[in-house]
Design a protein around this ligand. Structure first.
Ligand SMILES: NC(=O)C1=CN([C@@H]2O[C@H](COP(=O)(O)OP(=O)(O)OC[C@H]3O[C@@H](n4cnc5c(N)ncnc54)[C@H](O)[C@@H]3O)[C@@H](O)[C@H]2O)C=CC1
Ligand SMILES: O=C(CO)COP(=O)(O)O
Length: 334
């Protein structure tokens, strides 16, 4: 039995809280939004996970200190744009013997840091004397399915494999089968950038295009992401594994994906802002675009699908025009 603090009460934080509480761990959930905590505590339900009853051994708190103190694991489950500010709040209460597990998928546009790097950077600023272990936890894992105990696989990534193994053990005997990987940077790049490609497959669906187009976007999209990752020193095997190919497949094809849904709306003619509003939850692929473009430029990697999505989302390019341009690119070898 472990003590786990879940920082963030969106669908993913709550799905993980449920799995871990049912496995007899002592689970505490915190949210920056106090009304969310009141609702969870009084209903044992999350409004975006209808029909899922949460076990009553989950403790809810509005105190960041309480969610951090004396926990073995702290799971950072806020959307990527809130990771830095949330770590700043939590840092004074985080100890060296705790493992911080990041589940947010994104990259910070100003620093080009992955989320584990953002966490480390913020912890160094607030408490430079502490050495804290951080694990990236990423893979094909929609909250809607995990919260119904559907068999799911995921990667726990850390340079120190013994720390990744601690997270693997935490999820033993749950619906989640955890694989370890020491290529934390590769795992995090996969998690952030597959969302951009899922936007692209959504756009294709919204335009009324077919399965051939989606397969092309998934395959060539993975090629773009892996070329970037390899140029940054990551391992190809990470990109063809669960955090890469696995998560790209699920996000690009699942009805649960917010990125896929936002892309569909954009393909149907909605602006990015309208699509985000209609989806009503975080669309990380849109947040990841500035960092993706900067990294492509910095590492001199051609990323035509990422560029096309940025042109549609941020520069008003018509989706059908972007498809025509992608198809008309100079012919080349695979
Ligand atoms: N939902 C899913 O199936 C999965 C999500 N993820 C990742 O987990 C992260 C969180 O995603 P979701 O839980 O789906 O998001 P969500 O859109 O359901 O959650 C939003 C949550 O963010 C928190 N929040 C809102 N404003 C905040 C603020 N100012 N400061 C701190 N926290 C604030 C609140 O707890 C709110 O419920 C994302 O990076 C996502 O890519 C990863 C795997 C699966
Ligand atoms: O990362 C996810 C599944 O693994 C969630 O994807 P969406 O944010 O597109 O729903």
């Amino acid at each position: 039995m472990s003590k786990v603090g879940i920082i963030g009460a969106g669908t993913w934080g709550i799905a993980l809280a449920r799995v871990l509480a049912n496995a007899k761990n002592e689970v505490t959930v915190w949210s920056a939004i106090t009304s969310e905590i009141d609702e969870l505590a009084s209903t044992n339900c999350h409004p975006k996970l209808p029909g899922v009853i949460l076990p009553d051994n989950i403790c809810y708190t509005k105190e960041i200190e309480y969610v951090c103190r004396e926990k073995d694991f702290l799971i950072m489950a806020v959307p990527s744009v809130f990771v830095r500010s949330t770590v700043a709040l939590a840092a004074p209460y985080i100890d060296e013997n705790q493992i911080v597990v990041d589940v947010a998928k994104g990259m910070e546009p100003e620093t080009l840091y992955t989320m584990s790097e953002v966490i480390l950077d913020e912890l160094k600023t607030v408490c430079p004397e502490k050495h804290i272990h951080i694990v990236a936890f990423s893979g094909p894992t929609h909250a809607e399915e995990v919260s119904r105990d559907m068999p799911t696989t995921i990667v726990a990534a850390c340079r120190d494999m013994s720390i990744a193994e601690r997270v693997q053990e935490l999820f033993e005997d749950t619906c989640m089968r955890v694989y370890t990987n020491y290529d934390i940077k590769g795992v995090e790049i996969c998690g952030a950038l597959k969302n951009v490609i899922a936007l692209a497959t959504g756009v294709a669906t919204g335009l009324g295009l077919g399965d051939n187009t989606k397969a092309a976007l998934i395959t060539r999209g993975l090629n773009e992401i892996s070329r970037l990752g390899i140029s940054m020193g990551c391992n190809l095997t990470t990109f063809v594994g669960l955090a890469g190919m696995g998560d790209l497949i699920v996000t690009a094809t699942s009805e649960h994906s917010r990125n896929n849904r936002a892309g569909q709306l954009i393909g149907q003619g909605y602006s990015a802002g309208e699509a985000i509003k209609k989806v009503g939850m975080v669309v990380e692929g849109i947040n990841a675009l500035p960092a993706a473009l900067q990294l492509a430029q910095k590492h001199q990697i051609d990323m035509p699908i990422v560029k096309a999505i940025d042109a549609i989302v941020n520069n008003g390019k018509k989706p059908d025009e972007a498809v025509r341009e992608l198809m008309a690119r100079k012919q080349r070898s695979e």
